[in-house]
Write a protein that binds this ligand. Structure first.
Ligand SMILES: Cc1cc2nc3c(=O)[nH]c(=O)nc-3n(C[C@H](O)[C@H](O)[C@H](O)COP(=O)(O)OP(=O)(O)OC[C@H]3O[C@@H](n4cnc5c(N)ncnc54)[C@H](O)[C@@H]3O)c2cc1C
Ligand code: SF4
Length: 563
């Protein structure tokens, strides 16, 4: 049976590591360079601004541009998508008495919660298991929070460079010295258009990679410095929508069961979240582990199916979809964390290294906390004038002493137990939860998502026909993401184009943005995969399932505003 990992993409880490190439006087020099304006990267920039303000004598050591943040989206927030029910712990620490939770752009605290076990027609309420209790947490739109954090970072002196991708890692004498940004204005064949702008070398004393899920340079750095953890990383794919609704929703809702199948052979793990966003909006999403086997499974279409359930249809009735998006979530947990979170000149934060508590579906407060701790480690190193390899190791120690480490340790096998099917997995997960992680289940092996052998069923035949009101097709979803990627830019998706039909069908169904199509069949029975890369919303699923997403031209992709 075909496995996507048998058809690796034409991609080599070596192509994305280089010495600086710009002449020395043309390089842009910054103190700390942060890649990614998500919660991790922006928390890092904000904390650095606070530290420089508190220690003005240090400003000189950081140089003319003390902190720069690169963001591939049109602005901070454009590529941010989440639930987002946030544990306020890390935000409180980051802002201290500068801001109270009420001062942040949120939809208020969680007022109640329900969990349902769904079948096609029924919804059985069950007591919320401890990880799904959200008392004390606050509801946000991560995209809106990202814009706010971006403003705070700029007020603290950071320079934000939007529409700019970090393409290559600059490494000199075994030490990371910055990144090279991507070119702009190339045509599909790579030729230069009239508005061509070459990328440039940004050199920094410390580089912080806070790229989020499937981080391009994070993956490159993990390979280059041999940092990969004990277990491979695995991911889930989440597709979500924001709805304007006629009636306010008064609590957060999670569902398990339908439309996923419980049979062990399908390996379908996941569930849905439905969160209120004030009186007028609701966010609804479906999360599915990418170790599933059925090539005809489409998370986009399963979410459409979920909305037809009587219980859920009622929440959305009389409403209107206002936004759509998709993203992966790293779910390997504690055992998939890298061996070390630093390398010479380099720090790694947030989702890029898998700091997510999967049973709680929470990563924002870990991202913020890791960004804050990275800022403090970088600041300490510069304060002491240190540059050698060991100078940044205090970041690893700080993360190990933090709630990030203890929380992730407590749920360390939570994702892996579901490899044994829904019921056995559920029982083992309960044992871990009841014992607060003390139940020793041994270190469970995680299998890479792309290693799963594929099956093909007729699951796709039962997806609802889009009606444009409650249910939608992929292309109208891409439109709702605000994606306006230029059609004629170079292809940024690396896949093996000639594969067995099952693999091509897997990618076609999996991609929530209709990027892949099964093309011509060759005499040997393999098919050619056709691509429409400009539809891509950079969810990262292809990297989990046998291909490789690289960053397209800066400013491409979705333009999320309320996700
Ligand atoms: C559907 C969904 C629901 C979730 N629900 C919740 C929830 O309710 N509560 C919770 O706490 N967590 C939730 N999470 C997880 C949470 O969103 C993440 O843990 C969090 O966003 C991670 O923050 P980050 O800063 O590490 O990465 P991100 O938020 O992904 O930010 C990374 C940023 O870096 C940019 N970037 C990446 N690579 C480059 C590059 N090479 N060059 C330039 N820019 C780059 C990206 O464009 C992006 O803006 C959810 C996730 C999803 C997908
Ligand atoms: S092509 Fe883009 S949108 Fe489609 S699966 Fe790959 S990363 Fe996600």
């Amino acid at each position: 049976m075909a496995r996507p990992s048998n058809f690796p993409p034409p991609f080599s880490t070596r192509d994305y590591v280089t010495e600086p190439t710009d002449p020395a006087d043309e390089r842009i020099e910054v103190g700390v360079l942060v890649v990614g304006a998500g919660p991790a990267g922006l928390a890092c920039a904000i904390r650095l601004g606070q530290l420089i303000e508190e220690n003005p004598e240090m400003a000189e050591r950081f140089g003319e541009v003390p902190v720069a943040v690169l963001e591939k989206g049109k602005q901070p927030g454009s590529h941010l998508l989440s639930g987002a029910v946030v544990n306020p712990r890390a935000l409180r620490r980051l802002f201290g008495d500068r801001f109270r939770m009420q001062d942040l752009p949120s939809y208020g605290p969680v007022h109640g919660e329900s969990v349902y076990l769904l079948t096609r027609r029924s919804a059985l309420p069950i007591p919320p298991p401890p990880p799904m209790r959200n008392h004390g947490n606050w509801v946000f739109s991560l995209s809106e929070l990202g814009r706010f954090l971006g403003e705070q970072a700029e007020e603290g002196g950071a320079m934000i460079l939007p529409e700019t991708t970090a393409q290559k890692l600059l490494v000199s004498h075994g030490r990371v010295v910055g990144v090279r940004t991507g070119d702009k204005g190339r045509n599909r064949e790579g030729g230069e258009l009239g508005n061509f702008e070459a990328g440039s070398d940004l050199v920094a004393k410390v580089t912080v990679l806070a790229e989020g899920t499937q981080g391009h340079l994070t993956g490159v750095a993990l390979d280059r410095f041999d940092l990969r953890g004990a277990e491979p990383q695995v991911w889930e794919l989440a597709v979500k929508e924001v709805w304007k609704v006629a009636k306010p929703l008064d609590r957060v809702i999670h569902t398990m069961g339908w439309p996923l199948r419980t049979g062990k052979k399908y390996r379908e793990f996941g569930g849905s979240f439905i969160y209120p966003m004030g009186e007028e909006m609701v966010t609804i999403g479906l999360v599915v582990g990418l170790d599933y086997r059925d090539a005809s499974l489409s998370v986009h279409d399963l979410l459409q199916e979920l909305k037809t359930h009587p219980k859920i249809r009622k929440i959305l009735e009389g409403g209107e979809r206002v936004a759509w998006g998709a993203k992966t979530i790293p779910s390997g947990g504690f055992n998939s964390l890298p061996r070390e979170l630093h390398a010479p000149g380099l720090l790694l934060c947030g989702d890029g290294v898998g700091m997510v508590n999967v049973p709680r579906l929470k990563g924002i407060h870990y991202a913020i906390e890791s960004g804050r701790l990275a800022a403090e480690a970088a600041f300490r190193a510069l304060q002491r004038g240190e540059t050698p390899a060991s100078a940044l190791s205090s970041y690893d120690e700080a993360v190990r002493d933090s709630f990030i480490w203890s929380d992730l340790h407590e749920v360390r096998n939570m994702r892996q137990v579901f490899q044994r099917g829904f019921y056995v997995g559920g029982a083992l997960a309960s044992a871990m939860t009841m014992s607060k992680g003390k139940a020793e289940l041994g270190k469970m092996k995680a299998e890479p998502d792309a290693d799963q052998s594929l099956i093909v069923t007729d699951r796709d035949k039962s997806y609802p026909t889009p009606d444009g009101k409650l249910t939608f097709d992929k292309l109208s979803s891409v439109f709702a993401s605000g994606n306006k990627t230029r059609d004629d830019q170079p292809n940024h998706i690396r896949i093996e184009r000639r594969v067995p039909r099952e693999v091509a069908e897997l990618w076609t169904h999996m991609c929530p943005a209709q990027v892949y199509e099964v093309g011509r069949e060759d005499e040997d029975g393999t098919v050619i995969v056709d691509l429409a890369p400009s539809n891509c919303v950079q969810c990262g699923a292809i990297t989990a399932k046998g291909g490789r997403l690289t960053p397209p031209e800066g400013g491409s992709g979705p333009e999320y505003t309320v996700t």
